[in-house]
Design a protein around this ligand. Structure first.
Ligand code: GAL
Ligand code: CA
Length: 338
């Protein structure tokens, strides 16, 4: 017994020595466009988890949805000697000055979730982007609607062979909003359905705004005439569902149901799927986006080459780490519950 304890203690010592040897002492400074965002909170938590493994220091600040605030935060990280930056820009079209600040210092900079323009990505050798192909999520969410209408011909409530839909978009100018909107509709058309738009507006990724917008659509067109709701993310899908529930819809009566799809596969969305309120979503893999961003930042901060071997993720064109989306349906949603 005693011998076992001694052996165990020796093993623990040896392991921690090894960990100390492998650990980085890099300071990584991260800015998140705003903390009050469900999906980005998942990414943020994954970043912390990964840095705990790496052994370096990660600071994360809330840019409070203001680009000037974020610019100041980047300056502050530079003056305190950060070894790498991770930036989730407030405005992806304003990434250039941030890249230039990093470039002036030779600091690695990893953008996440909001993709800078290509010319910005090309203008520096220590810049990377970790994100997901928005087209993919659009296609997958549209496909969930197609499958539902093929399985449930009565979902075409007015029997005109077309799908009368409401689109609730994310933030204007965000690649995920533009491409999810476009590709979800394309998937429905490619799936053999004509579509008729009953309403289309932005709710800025926000649940409360989506409830308001959806209430407006319901009073304008009548809840019975809506055959599908496509939301660019889960918070907005859940917001739309609140408005439907206020009309007695999506509460278990099959005669009062509108299929709603979102994107992200957040915990509340999976919960809503388990209750039959939300038809489906698409996994936007917050964990792997957060892990990969920290991996790249640490490897680059330690002045090691960023390669597929050193970060453990596939790299496209030397700078892009694309994390795949996955459709989440009633058949597989339990797999994604934590
Ligand atoms: C999207 C995500 C949204 C929101 C947005 C923030 O990828 O689906 O829920 O988090 O990023 O930029
Ligand atoms: Ca119809």
């Amino acid at each position: 017994m005693k011998k076992h304890v001694v052996l165990l203690a020796a093993a623990v010592l040896a392991l921690s020595a090894l960990a100390a040897f492998a650990a980085t002492d890099a300071l990584v400074g991260a800015c998140i466009y705003k903390f009050d965002d469900t999906f980005m909170t998942g990414v943020r938590n994954a970043m912390k988890t990964q840095m705990d493994k790496e052994g370096g220091e990660l600071e994360i600040v809330d840019s409070q949805n203001r680009q000037p605030t974020q610019n100041d935060q980047v300056d502050a990280y530079i003056s305190k000697g950060a070894n790498a930056l991770i930036v989730n820009p407030v405005d992806r079209t304003a990434a250039q000055p941030l890249m230039e600040k990093a470039k002036a210092e030779g600091l690695p900079i990893v953008f996440v979730n909001r993709e800078p323009y290509e010319e910005v990505m090309k203008a520096y050798d220590k810049i990377w982007y970790v994100g997901a192909k928005a087209e993919e999520s659009g296609t997958q969410s549209g496909q969930i609607i197609v499958d539902y209408f093929k399985k449930n011909p009565k979902a075409d409530k007015n029997g005109d062979g077309k799908i009368q839909y409401i689109m609730i978009r994310g933030e204007q100018g965000h690649q995920d909003a533009t491409l999810r909107t476009e590709y979800s509709l394309k998937a429905i058309k490619d799936g053999g359905f004509e579509v008729v738009e009953l309403g289309n507006d932005t709710a800025n990724w926000d649940k409360v705004q989506a409830t308001d917008k959806m209430k407006g659509f319901i009073s304008a067109v009548g809840v019975d005439n809506i055959e599908a709701v496509l939301a660019n993310n889960d918070d907005m899908a859940l917001g739309a569902i609140e408005a439907l529930k206020a009309e007695g819809y999506n509460m278990g009566d099959p005669a009062k149901y509108v299929p709603v799809v979102g994107v992200d596969a957040t915990a509340p969305a999976l919960e809503a799927m388990s209750k039959g309120e939300l038809l489906g979503t698409v996994l936007n893999d917050a964990d792997n986006q957060g892990f990969a961003a920290v991996k790249v930042a640490v490897v680059a901060a330690d002045d090691k080459p960023v390669t597929e071997e050193s970060i453990g993720y596939k790299i496209t064109d030397g700078k892009y780490i694309w994390i795949p989306y996955r459709p989440v349906t009633v058949e597989n949603y339990k797999e994604f519950m934590k």
